[in-house]
Each structure stands twice: as structure tokens, then as C-alpha cells.
Design a protein around this ligand. Structure first.
Ligand code: FAE
Length: 531
């Protein structure tokens, strides 16, 4: 290992991270690796949306918080001077512990595009279960590091199906506005949308939607829209306009590192241990909990095992991460009294992808912003909300590409496989058929109107639908079923769930604003009544 590599690894593990953050203008919380034997008032597992909200609000209430994150800090540039690699050039930073990329869109012109990469604790995890690949962010900031930043509040009329036990008035009057403000949500300037070359693909999407009489909507995002305009003007380094998205965004996106986690750091009460993976949470004396974790190196090897004690533990490891921990802890007798509802109610938010082949007179542009900004809303009539997504290949493809969120009714369950020593999920690939049918209510009509066809070269050879994956895992420890109506695991006072695991499988739109708003609601109540 080179001296550079050695020092880089040490840096990420903790000691120099504050300095690095300051130098780069990235404001993640102070990373000071937790010591074995430590006692902390509040321990948060995971640094995504739920974890970031919990940490900030607890700290503001005067509670010292330690956050444990299995991924890296993402505050240190590689040899190319960049923290994250480009979507078009995936390198060691791209995937979580894989030796070959697993791109969501894995074919182009019918040819596979995945490539070999060095095994590393990269930022995007393509976690494979029997019937589905679940994409998740890994690192300080969770999914906010890799996602498209689309920040969508569900229509109020649909809210009762999203979180049936939650008071909609409170959410729409208080917690959605609080979440949108905390996340820094904004909408593209429509005049710029109409003129920039980088959203020609969006304008083609709008034209086709409107000619088939579908409602077209602009979709808010946490990307800094002024920064994007400056990218086009050439006055700042290009980020979204250079195709940065799936493996991290180096500039304009307001990930949690720049919003909630920066605010949490400013309280002086929040510390983070990156490259630490929680493996157990067990009752200890005095109503406390013993939390066991593995410290990882950047190749994924365990280099230390630590045990700490916490008065309260917040599960914020994401729908899959939290569900896996709770299912294992219940099945192995560590937390046997967890509700039988733990493991249930998991959904994929109805995600399905497809492309359409446009006519030669309808180019979508060789220049494409990687940040989607618009969609087609056919939820009420057909059960589908389709984002007009970029295909930032750098060349003209004449393709319109879409990620649809659909009202898929299927829900899966996690289970503990003792002989394989792992948690499994019983989702079936065939369960995507209702999603395909719902997406077709939009695209069959557009194809008929435009005289166009589906692309068959993006997900395999002659394969139309990207039906093997989700970006939006939800559920597994559903609110008011596996927990009480505020996320308490009631059999174990002091244990809480505060992330996407609480949401029963579908949010009708992209999920992170709802995850954030629900976390705001729950933590306010928990601070007022439990602390
Ligand atoms: P999450 O953000 O996943 O954070 C969980 C954290 O816990 C992660 O950092 C994990 O590494 C960490 N962790 C897991 N297990 C452990 C453990 N045992 N010990 C320590 N740490 C652990 O959870 N949503 C939108 O609303 N709009 C979008 O445009 C959008 N685009 C997306 C694009 C992609 C490619 C992907 C993958 C997701 C996208 N999402 C989008 C989904 C969104 O990012 C996701 O719903 C949220 O990040 C989930 O938030 P949580 O707080 O539940």
C-alpha cells in the first residue's frame, strides 16, 4: 500500500476528517471514531434522512448524539481532485464492495456496459435479494449522496394511502414545510427550462405528455438551480451538467452533508463514526442498550469490533438496513419481544423503468442535465407517476427515458435464514407486472399518438422494462404496526425506528421528503414526551 493510500485510509477513518471537511467547504459532522467502551446518551444507526433529522433535533434539545455509519465520510478527494467519480467513468469509488459495476441501466444499444472495478467501500450499493436489486447510498449522508434530489411532497388527496395513521393536517401544515425548508428544496426556473440545451430531453417529454393529454408537472429538487445556470455559463465547475449523479455529485446538489448534517455539526453535540457497521443492539443493565459494531477498512475487512452503551438507540439504517437488523435481532433471541409485525410491509414504491425510441426529428440532446426536473402525473387515472429521466450518455440517442413510480399492491417480508446467517426478502420479480401495466397506461398511449415504440436495448437484449430493481425501498418496520404511532419499539423502551422502514411500501411519489417530514414529526413528539 502506498504512503498516499495509507494516509488517505487513516484520514477517512477519522483523525483528519474535520480538516478535510473545512478545506473542501463540506460541512459534515465531526468524524471522531467512537471508542470501545464509550457510553453515549443517544446513538443513531445510519446517517441518511431519518438519522440526520433525529441527530439535529436531539442535539438542539441538548442531547449529545453519536452517529454510526457503515459507509465512508466522503469528504476527501481522490487523486483526480474529486470526491466522487462520474457516472460515465465508474471507478473504485462507485460501488459498495463489488468487483464489477452493476449499473441500473446495464445495456446500451443491446450491449452490456458493466465493467470491472477494484473492490472498495464505494458510494452506491446494489444489494441483491432473490427477486430484486435494491440500490442504496453508502456513506455519511446515506441516499442523499447518490439520489436525483427529486424532492416531492405527495398530493394531499393521496396521503391517507401513504401513512394512514398520521394526521394529514399536521403533516401538511407543519412537518412537510419544515422538511422542505430543512432540505433546501427548490424548483427550476421555467424560462430557463424552456431555453437551455440541457433540458431538451425534458421539453420533448413535456411535448409528448401534453399531446396525449397527460398532466405534465415540474418536480422540485434539492439541486442548487442557480449553480446549474452558472455551470451552463461556464463560470463554475460542471457537475449535474457533466453527468454527475449516480456515484455522487461533486458540487451543486444539496445532499444532507450540506443541510441537516451541517446544522447538526454546528450544534457541537453530534459526532460521526464512518466505516462502522452496527451488528447488534442488546438490552443492558439500567434500561440501557449494548451496541456492537465492526470497524471496516476501505476493502470491507473488519479491523476492530467495538461495544458501546447507549441510553437510547435510533434505527435509521434505511428500510433494508433497519429491517435486516431488527429481523436478525428478533430471530436470534437478542430482542425476542419485538412485534411480530417487524419484517412485514416492505414495498418497492412501484419503481419500473423504460425507454421510448423517438423519431429522428425529435432528438433529446447530447447535452443532458443529470438532474430530472419534470414528470407525468397519471396516478389518479392509471396508478403511475413517471419522471422524465436523463440519459446523460454524451451522445444523441433519440431516447426518452422514464422512471415510473406506480401503485403496485405487492408487499414483501424479510426473514432470517439461520443456516446462511443472513436476512432474506421474499419479493418476486413477477410482482412487477402490475407496475408495468400501470406504466403502460402512459407510454402505450404516447407511443400510439407519436407513432413510436419502446426501446428494447437498455435493460438487456430485446428487453423493454427495467423491472429488476428499486431505488425506493420502503417498509419492514411499519409505523403503528411494528412500532407505535411515533416509531417506538414499545417492548424495548429507548429503542426507536426513524427512517424509511416506517413507511408501508409506497409514497405515490419519490420518498425522501416524506421520510424527512415523518422523522421531523416523530422526533418532536419523542423529545417532548420521552426525554
Ligand atoms: P438512507 O438514506 O438509505 O440512510 C441509511 C444509512 O444507514 C446509509 O447511509 C447506510 O449506509 C447506513 N447503514 C445501513 N446499515 C447500517 C449498519 N448496520 N450500521 C451502520 N450504518 C448502516 O435511509 N428519493 C427521492 O425522494 N428522490 C430522488 O430523486 C431519489 N433518487 C434516488 C436515486 C437513487 C440512485 C437511489 C439509490 C435512491 C433514490 N431515492 C430518491 C431514494 C432515497 O434516497 C431514499 O428513499 C432515502 O435515502 C432513504 O432514507 P433513509 O433515511 O430511510
Amino acid at each position: 500500500m502506498s504512503q498516499n493510500e495509507l494516509s488517505r485510509r487513516g484520514f477517512i477513518a477519522g483523525t483528519g476528517t474535520l480538516l478535510g471537511a473545512a478545506a473542501l467547504g463540506v460541512h459534515a459532522p465531526a468524524a471522531r471514531a467512537i471508542a470501545s467502551g464509550a457510553q453515549v446518551p443517544a446513538l443513531v444507526i445510519g446517517t441518511g434522512y431519518g438519522g440526520a433529522v433525529a441527530a439535529l433535533r436531539l442535539a438542539q434539545a441538548g442531547v449529545d448524539v453519536h452517529m454510526i455509519e457503515m459507509g465512508m465520510a466522503w469528504d476527501t478527494p481522490g487523486t483526480d481532485g474529486k470526491i466522487f467519480c462520474n457516472t460515465r467513468e465508474p471507478d473504485y469509488r462507485s460501488y459498495w464492495l463489488r468487483t464489477r459495476t452493476k449499473a441500473p441501466l446495464n445495456y446500451f444499444l443491446g450491449f452490456p456496459i458493466d465493467r470491472d472495478i477494484p473492490r472498495h467501500t464505494g458510494v452506491l450499493d446494489a444489494e441483491e435479494f432473490g427477486g430484486i436489486t435494491v440500490y442504496q447510498g453508502r456513506g455519511v449522508g446515506g441516499g442523499s449522496l447518490v439520489n436525483g434530489g427529486m424532492a416531492v411532497t405527495p398530493k394531499r388527496a393521496n396521503f391517507a394511502s401513504v401513512l394512514p395513521s398520521v394526521n394529514a393536517n399536521e403533516m401538511y401544515d407543519v412537518y412537510y414545510p419544515r422538511a422542505n425548508a430543512g432540505l433546501g428544496v427548490g424548483t427550476i426556473d421555467p424560462a430557463w427550462f424552456d431555453s437551455t440545451a440541457y433540458y431538451q430531453y425534458g421539453r420533448v417529454g413535456r411535448k409528448h405528455a401534453q399531446r396525449s393529454n397527460f398532466p405534465f408537472v415540474f418536480v422540485p429538487d434539492v439541486y442548487d438551480w442557480d449553480y446549474m445556470k452558472a455551470e451552463e455559463a461556464g463560470t463554475v465547475p460542471k457537475s449535474a451538467l457533466a453527468g454527475e449523479i449516480l456515484y455522487g455529485n461533486n458540487h451543486g446538489k444539496k445532499s444532507l452533508q450540506k443541510t441537516y448534517l451541517a446544522q447538526a455539526k454546528a450544534t457541537g453535540r453530534v459526532t460521526v463514526s464512518p466505516l462502522h457497521r452496527v451488528t447488534s443492539v442488546a438490552p443492558a443493565s439500567g434500561g440501557r442498550y449494548t451496541v456492537t459494531m465492526e470497524q471496516l477498512d476501505t476493502s470491507g475487512n473488519t479491523i476492530a469490533t467495538k461495544t458501546v452503551t447507549a441510553d437510547r438507540v435510533f434505527f435509521a439504517a434505511g428500510s433494508v438496513g433497519t429491517s435486516k437488523l431488527l429481523v436478525k435481532l428478533k430471530a436470534t433471541g437478542v430482542l425476542p419481544n419485538l412485534s411480530g409485525e417487524v419484517s412485514k410491509g416492505w414495498g418497492d414504491n412501484g419503481n419500473v423503468m423504460c425507454g421510448r425510441a423517438n423519431h429522428l426529428w425529435d432528438p433529446t440532446g447530447s447535452l443532458q442535465s443529470a438532474i430530472p426536473c419534470c414528470g407525468i402525473d397519471n396516478w389518479a387515472a392509471g396508478g403511475a407517476f413517471a419522471e422524465v429521466a436523463p440519459l446523460p450518455t454524451g451522445i444523441e440517442t433519440w431516447a426518452s427515458f422514464y422512471l415510473s413510480i406506480t401503485n403496485n399492491p405487492h408487499r414483501a417480508q424479510f426473514s432470517w435464514n439461520a443456516s446462511a446467517n443472513k436476512v432474506e426478502l421474499n419479493w418476486q420479480t413477477a410482482w412487477k407486472q402490475p407496475s408495468i401495466d400501470m406504466a403502460k397506461t402512459i407510454f402505450d398511449r404516447i407511443n400510439a399518438k407519436e407513432g413510436t415504440i419502446y426501446r428494447t436495448d437498455l435493460f438487456g437484449v430485446y428487453k423493454i422494462w427495467g423491472d429488476h430493481l428499486t431505488y425506493h425501498p420502503l417498509g419492514g418496520a411499519v409505523l403503528n404496526r411494528a412500532t407505535d404511532n411515533y416509531g417506538r419499539l414499545t417492548a424495548y423502551p429507548g429503542l426507536y425506528v426513524i427512517d424509511g422502514a416506517l413507511i408501508p411500501g409506497n409514497t405515490t411519489v419519490n420518498p425522501f421528503v416524506t421520510i424527512t417530514a415523518l422523522a421531523e414529526r416523530n422526533i418532536e413528539h419523542i423529545i417532548a414526551t420521552d426525554l
